[in-house]
Write a protein that binds this ligand. Structure first.
Ligand code: SF4
Length: 360
């Protein structure tokens, strides 16, 4: 192993505070909301468009997607829904890699997003050129990337995985004797490595939302709520994951709230998911896992600043103007499709349900 390789391996891709925008949640009064909803509904019909929204987006958007025949889910399921939909325009409410994945799987369709600045710290923290250099330095390893990456990074990968499929794919590769490069989320990578024992070289990226959940404060909160079950997304640090009753993707956590017989749940993922959880299990109490509090170090405070960029007014604007279209070059589409389709074929062969079983 060369010293140049070590330098690449050891780099911490955590974003600086200046790279993280403030979380600004959309605020509309009832009249504004009604007007915007009507404008959007008219445009969806007029433009042969359908909404697909992520669980972390504003509840108004999730509700509108439900009401207009759209879909609310996780990123891969959003893309697959878009593929099956008859509409020619997909309006993706989420973050940029979700729009790109929708475009990769549906290149013949127009893909719009309310705000093209809506990114993801995992995507930002895995620049394609640096990542390619990292892969080039380890040619003996199979490249496995998480869904939360740019189209260009996916184009350099052998496999794309989701949080719901990562362990199975890595076990499969391990059984074939393959060594792995994993990117970009180090916490999810550590979790998968611990579960599988696979030989994984981990890119050092992180999610600004999940990284802020705190193990010591979570233990305190559990003592205050002894009946609560703890649900944790595996992008969280190990000190949080190890206290979980359920570790899983967004869809798995929603399912857990519905199925587990408990009155309270402490939830360590973006609180945008509470809207769907409340629908799935009305009457159950949902408590945010601690992020050290707004007066302390938390920057996102359990809500993704980029997901919060999606709003009714921006959605109306892009539908009315055609702004916010996602473009991916044909060359990248062709190469990025391969790792995604490999995952789809792998899960289909195992008769697994990919839909609703992954995350971003
Ligand atoms: S919650 Fe984290 S992983 Fe999800 S989009 Fe935001 S920064 Fe990315």
């Amino acid at each position: 192993m060369t010293s140049a390789t070590q330098t690449i391996e050891l780099k911490d891709w955590r974003l600086s505070p200046e790279q993280i925008p403030p979380t600004v949640e959309p605020q509309f009064d009832a009249d504004e909301r009604d007007t915007l909803r009507e404008r959007i509904k008219q445009q969806l019909k007029a433009q042969d468009a359908v909404m697909v929204a992520h669980y972390y987006t504003d509840p108004d958007l999730q509700q509108l997607a439900d009401e207009t025949g759209g879909h609310v889910s996780d990123s891969l399921d959003m893309a697959r829904f878009g593929h099956d939909a008859s509409e020619q325009t997909l309006v993706v409410c989420g973050v940029r890699f979700m729009g790109e994945t929708a475009k990769i799987l549906n290149p013949e369709k127009r893909v719009l997003m309310p705000d093209l600045e809506a990114n993801c710290s995992l995507d930002i923290g895995c620049p394609p050129d640096e990542f390619a250099a990292f892969c080039d330095a380890h040619p003996d390893r199979t490249v496995v990337v998480y869904a939360n990456t740019s189209a260009a990074v996916k184009a350099r990968a052998d496999w794309m995985v989701t949080s719901g499929s990562a362990i199975d794919v890595v076990r499969h590769l391990q059984a074939r004797g393959e060594k792995i490069i994993w990117a970009p989320d180090k916490y999810l990578g550590e979790y998968v490595q611990k579960e599988t024992g696979a030989d994984m070289l981990l890119w050092q990226g992180s999610c600004v939302v999940h990284e802020e959940f705190k193990g010591i404060e979570l233990a305190d909160l559990k003592r205050q709520h002894p009946e609560a079950r703890v649900l944790v997304h595996p992008e969280s640090p190990a000190s949080v994951v190890e206290q979980a009753d359920v570790v899983g993707s967004t869809s798995a956590l929603i399912k857990a709230v519905h199925e587990i017989d408990a009155p309270e749940f402490i939830v360590a993922t973006d609180r945008g998911i509470f809207h769907r959880m409340q629908q799935a299990a009305p009457g159950k109490r949902l408590i945010e896992a601690p992020t050290a509090g707004k007066s302390a170090t938390c920057k996102s405070c359990a809500h993704c600043p980029w997901m919060a960029m999606n709003s009714l007014d921006k959605l109306a604007h892009v539908l009315e103007t055609g702004a916010g279209e996602i473009y991916v070059t044909p060359d990248i589409i062709e190469r990025a499709r391969r790792p995604i389709e490999r995952l789809l074929e792998f899960t289909a062969a195992r008769n697994q349900q990919v839909l609703g079983n992954n995350d971003a």
